[in-house]
Structures are given as C-alpha cells and as structure tokens.
Design a protein around this ligand. Structure first.
Ligand code: AMP
Ligand code: MG
Length: 466
C-alpha cells in the first residue's frame, strides 16, 4: 500500500539500531491529517482503516518499512551527552511523494529502543496533541517544520507524575538528521561515517552544495531564515539543544514550546529552562552556538586544519547578517513595509512599547489594519504617534494579512483541548486545529480563539514533551 525507499537504513551499521515498534493494547485514531496524507501520496481511507491504524499505532509494520532508531548525540542546555538517539521513536522508513520530495515517516511514542536509557519509550496524549497542533500551525504559516500525519491513542496508561493516557504521533519530516547526528560521529572520531553522513545530507537536502564547508553555509542560511520566522510569530521553541536542531532547517521536537501572549523578549515557558537559556530573544544566539557545534564536527573533513577553522568560523559568522536581513523582511511584512531601511526603527519602537505595556504580540500585529491594535496598549497616545509615523510609509495590507495570523495555538487553548481529549471529548481539539490551520481566515465562529487569555487563564509554565 505504501511504497517505501529507505535511504537512511542503507547507511552503514553504526548509524542506527534496527528495532520494531512495540504494539499497543487498543489503538484508536485521534486525528488524521488528510491533507498531508494526500500530499505524501498516501490514501487517507486506507490510513484510517484497520490496517492503517495498526501501522500508525506501531502494531503492524507494513511491507517495505525498515524500522530503525537513529543514533545521535547532543548538547543539552550546553552540557554534552555523547549518546542520546531515538529513545521513544522509530523511523518506519521514507516515502517519495508524487512531486518527488522525500519524507521520513516516524512513530513517536512507539516503545523502547536501545537508546531509551531509563525512559519508557512512550508519550502521553498531551505532548502528542500539542505537537500535532503547533507543527501544523507552523506549516500553515509557511515556517519550515516537521509535520503531523496522525495521532493514535494507545489504550494504555503512561506513568509520569500520575497515570495518563498514552498516544503515538506519526511525524513526517524531510529528514530527522540533527546537528547532534554529526556530533555522534565526531565525538567518536569516526571520520568515514561523518563523510558518509555529509554526503547523505548534501544529496538529500542541499544538492547544490559542493562539500562540507558549502553544506555548513547552506545550513547556516536555512536556520537564519527559520529562526527569523519563529521570532516573527512570537514562538519560543523551549529546548534548542543541538539534538533538537534539524540540519534541514525544519523546526523539530516540539516539547515545552509555546507562543507568547503578552510580549516580552525575555519570555521563557519551559519548566526546566531556569536560566532562560532558550528565552525568545536568545534564540538567534543559541542557533549560532548550535551551528558552531556543527562547524566543529565538519572541520576534520575540510582539509588543512587552520584554513578549515578559519573558513568554518566565517561560515558560522555569516548567520548574523543573514538573520538580520531575514528579520527585517519578516517584520517588514508584518508591518506591510518592503523598504528594509524603514523596518528596523519602526519595528523596534513598536516592540519596545509592547514590552513596556505587555501588549499581546499576535493581537497587536493582527489589529494594525483595522485599528484594533490600539486597544492592546495602555498609553494610547504613544501608540497613536507611532501609528501615524507608520501610516506615513504607506503599508501594504496584503503583505500584512499574509504575515500576521489572526489566531495562534495559544497555550491556554491547547491545554483546554488536551484536557477535553483526555476526557474523551475530541471536539475542542478539532475546532482549535481547524482554526489555527486557517490562521488568516476571518470567521466569527472562531473569534473567541483569537482572544488573549484572561489573567486566570494565563499559562506560565510548560513541560517537556515526554
Ligand atoms: P528531548 O529532550 O525530548 O529532545 O529528548 C532527549 C532525549 O531523551 C532523546 O534521546 C529522547 O529519545 C529521549 N527521551 C525522551 N523521552 C523519552 C522516553 N519517554 N523514553 C525514552 N527516551 C526518551
Ligand atoms: Mg529531541
């Protein structure tokens, strides 16, 4: 039924462990992304039938799949861990879509693997539904991201602080290769494996790159674009460890991620990020730090050492101007401005006011065209003065409508939807999903989902995706 072509599983042995998903008691389809299924050339009716659901739950391995857990390492909050790897996920295999694009089909929460360490290999419904909604919203806004094909309830209990209903997410990505995948081989001094990985990534993601330095340049450029898009949506990834940064440039591993309601650059949600390492405003610097780790891995492949170090350093430093340009383009679109010189001073003035007055990030930008943005400010005169200067530049409304979502997956709404799903009511999840995957569509029935949380609804902390 599905035609697999598993290029990663053809790499040398040390890249992965062959391991099948562990069957679950009572699989039940919670959500199927029919649009994505069709985009992949898969039949939604088959996927939602008994054979499809058995595959999505990990109860049956379809013909042609070669399930593996991928090996990787990574810096977690700056501390290096030489072996992480897929501890609760298996890559079923790769499919080539009708348009020729190649995608990983991965089950997340599919049981233990040789990389599980002390974990149970499982996920509960909360993080599965959160990733499902948030990643599909990101896709709807044009942000490079892994995607969600399906969520299946397992009928089993997962034990965290308490017993919670288990679930499996089917994640789709152009690959799951991370900065940490390179680190895994670099720290072991396995240059042949590093070279094979480099060739694989070039062939798969950057066919115009002509060697490791050029690959690094491409990854740096791609990440600069992606991070600028996060910033423009008020998105906080929450765990930008090197094992959670894909070399494809796709946003990956939605754990304690969250969107800001009230704007402040120092916002952090993750319960484990006590020092604010991954705060909203830190994300570009952290990306550079992570890319420097990738550069370190590639240097041994780049010929004479001093020259290699110099070239790799230069490549990593190219992030700053690329990111600045992308930031100006993205915030320019939000303000309807195309002249880069105009954007920075106006955007910064607006953001400073927003931070001082705790204005809602999404509502301010979505409300600029119809004037409702003014309501988000306490000091209306200051806003009016800004708005006058902005209007004088003749902003383009179409650019703004495209760049500024009317609705985002707000934390309190996501939590509400998860609580209802856990209590066997899928309605709020489906409604929120529809609303945030049509983020630019004005519809009265979704108006409430565009509202900022009331004080008692504000979510101040989010938890890891396990
Ligand atoms: P994360 O912080 O979610 O990116 O995960 C970091 C590492 O922990 C990865 O190697 C995961 O595979 C592993 N991990 C996270 N949760 C579990 C779990 N429930 N069981 C096994 N391994 C896990
Ligand atoms: Mg991870």
């Amino acid at each position: 039924m599905i035609h697999f072509d598993n290029s990663y599983a053809r790499l040398p042995q040390g890249f992965f462990a062959r391991v099948a998903p562990t069957p679950v008691a009572e699989p039940r389809l919670l959500a199927l992304n029919e649009g994505l299924a069709r985009r992949l050339g898969l039949d939604p009716d088959w996927l939602s039938g008994p054979e499809g659901v058995a595959m999505l739950a990990g109860n049956a391995v379809p013909n042609g799949a070669e399930p593996i857990a991928q090996a990787y390492a990574g810096h977690q909050f700056g501390g290096f861990v030489p072996q992480l790897g897929d501890g609760r996920a298996v890559l079923l295999g790769e499919v080539v879509a009708p348009d020729g694009a190649r995608f990983d089909i991965q089950l997340k929460g599919s049981g233990p693997t040789p990389f599980s360490r002390r974990g149970d290999g499982r996920a509960w419904m909360g993080p599965v539904l959160r990733e499902y909604i948030v990643s599909e919203f990101m896709h709807a806004m044009g942000v490079p991201t892994t995607r969600a094909l399906a969520a299946v309830a397992t009928g089993e209990t997962v034990w965290r602080e308490s017993g919670l209903p288990g679930a499996v997410l089917t994640r789709v990505a152009s690959s799951h290769i991370r900065v940490g995948t390179f680190q895994y081989f670099a720290v072991r001094g396995q240059e042949e494996a590093l070279a094979a990985l480099t060739d694989h990534v070039i062939a798969r993601h950057y066919p115009t790159a002509n060697g490791p330095l050029s690959l690094l340049d491409h990854v740096v450029a791609r990440q600069a674009e992606t991070i600028a898009q996060w910033m423009a949506l008020g998105f906080i990834h929450g765990v930008m460890n090197t094992d959670n940064m894909a070399v494809s440039g796709e946003t990956i591993d939605y754990g304690p991620c969250a969107f800001m309601d009230a704007y402040h650059p120092d916002t952090v949600f993750s319960s484990i990020d006590r020092a604010g390492r991954y705060a909203w405003a830190q994300q570009p610097q952290v990306a550079v730090w992570n890319l420097a780790q990738l550069a370190t891995c590639l240097i041994p492949l780049m010929g004479e050492r001093d020259a290699a170090i110099e070239a790799a350093t230069k490549s990593v430093h190219s992030f700053a101007p690329l990111y600045q340009a992308a930031w100006k383009r993205r915030f320019g679109e939000k303000l309807g401005l195309t002249e880069a010189a105009d954007v920075q001073p106006l955007a910064e003035r607006l953001l400073t006011m927003m931070a001082q007055q705790q204005a809602d990030f999404t509502r301010v930008f979505a409300g600029l065209l119809d004037g409702r943005a003014r309501d988000e400010f306490i000091d209306r005169d200051a806003f009016d003065a800004w708005a006058q200067d902005w209007q004088a530049l003749d902003p383009d409304p179409d650019l703004m409508r495209h760049a500024n979502p009317l609705r985002i997956p707000r934390n309190h709404r996501v939590e509400e939807a998860i609580a209802a799903a856990v209590a066997d009511d899928p309605g709020p999840f489906r409604r929120l999903f529809d609303a945030v995957t049509h983020p630019r569509e004005e519809r009265a029935e979704w108006d409430d989902l565009g509202s900022a949380p009331r004080d008692e609804q504000v979510v101040r902390q989010t938890f890891c995706g396990t």
